[in-house]
Design a protein around this ligand. Structure first.
Ligand code: MTE
Length: 312
């Protein structure tokens, strides 16, 4: 566990968290800096809250909600399984292999990959394909800022990401729920879009194991399953990768997985979404699902000539 002077119970909700930040000011920044230096070797954490461009008007869920209701099938299929089963998951040291159509291939320590980068906080709504959502204050770096370092070449049309395979640490991988490895992919243009994010933390703290420590993808205009956790490999390719859920059920899950209220999942509607933790069991609070999860202005151009009903 991370040693700092905020107890988990004190970062329960975002207002409290911000008040506390304002109250202890620089003190927190330094502690956070020490905490993150383990991951990033960066001293720039002090300014991490300055990015106000992302998440205006979004009210984050509590720390407990975000870390107690997870999808991470490597640690079980129940929503509370990852919190329970990922407790002892070892994420340090962590290597990431970079391969394929780029100049700088190799295996790198995570802290070397994001060294000297400023961590930003971005508040994004995670809209799960299961028609629920929650709002999460992530901490991390843009995907573009990382990928550029490896100098992808003109054949790099897609980026494939892979989660660790380790049956001993990840008990879910002993069962044939998916054809392990967990794999995800983006077009290079999607990956380079400024919204695409690598999270290494949330609520100003190191990423909890159940949320995909030590590094996971967050693509806020796509269904949650695209945001692959505990990444060990990044591969640039000329051909489109087949992602795990698409391979499992190609009529239900496509490559794009853009949030789209007009294209239903074959077994349920995507028009609305249940807001985790709001309303009662019998009367859950819901909201209308937005096209591209509300990011139409930033990403619609990526799909200009694409039939979104066919390319779901
Ligand atoms: N990544 C891996 N490796 N394994 C998974 O089972 N589940 C996905 C995604 N990333 C998953 C994964 C799904 S379905 C969702 S909705 C999000 O993670 C959930 O992220 P969260 O638990 O941080 O909210």
């Amino acid at each position: 566990m991370i040693k700092n002077n905020i107890k988990e119970s004190e970062v329960t909700d975002y207002k409290h968290y911000l008040n506390r930040r304002a109250f202890i000011g620089g003190g927190l920044a330094i502690t956070a800096g020490v905490m993150f230096s383990k991951i990033t070797n960066a001293t720039t954490i002090n300014n991490y809250l300055k990015n106000k461009n992302y998440g205006k008007g979004l009210e984050p869920h509590s720390y407990e909600e975000i870390t107690g209701y997870n999808n991470f099938y490597e640690f079980g299929t129940g929503k509370r399984d990852p919190e329970k089963n990922a407790k002892n998951f070892k994420t340090k040291p962590w290597n990431v292999t970079v391969a394929g159509e780029c100049k700088k291939t190799g295996t790198f320590l995570l802290e070397d990959i994001i060294k000297n980068q400023q961590l930003e906080e971005r508040i994004y709504r995670l809209r799960c394909v299961e028609a629920w959502s929650m709002v999460i204050p992530w901490l991390g770096v843009s995907v573009a800022s990382v990928l550029k370092k490896f100098e992808p070449n003109s054949k790099a049309k897609y980026v494939k990401f892979t989660t660790l395979l380790d049956k001993e640490q990840m008990p879910g991988q002993k069962r044939p729920i998916l054809d392990w490895l967990y794999v995800e992919g983006l077009t290079i243009k999607e990956a380079m879009n400024p919204l695409s994010f690598f999270a290494v933390g949330l609520y100003g703290k190191e990423l909890p194991n159940q949320n995909g420590a030590p590094i996971r993808l967050v693509v806020p205009w796509k269904y949650g399953f695209k945001s692959i956790k505990s990444i060990v490999k990044i591969e640039f390719s000329e051909t489109r990768p087949i992602n795990s859920w698409q391979q499992q059920a190609p009529n239900e899950y496509g490559f794009y997985a853009n949030v789209n209220p007009k294209v239903d999942h074959p077994r349920w509607s995507q028009k609305r979404e249940r807001i985790i933790g709001r309303g009662g069991f019998f009367s859950p609070e819901k909201r209308d699902t937005e096209l591209f999860n509300g990011y139409q202005a930033q990403v619609a151009h990526l799909y200009k000539n694409l039939d979104l009903a066919k390319n779901f």
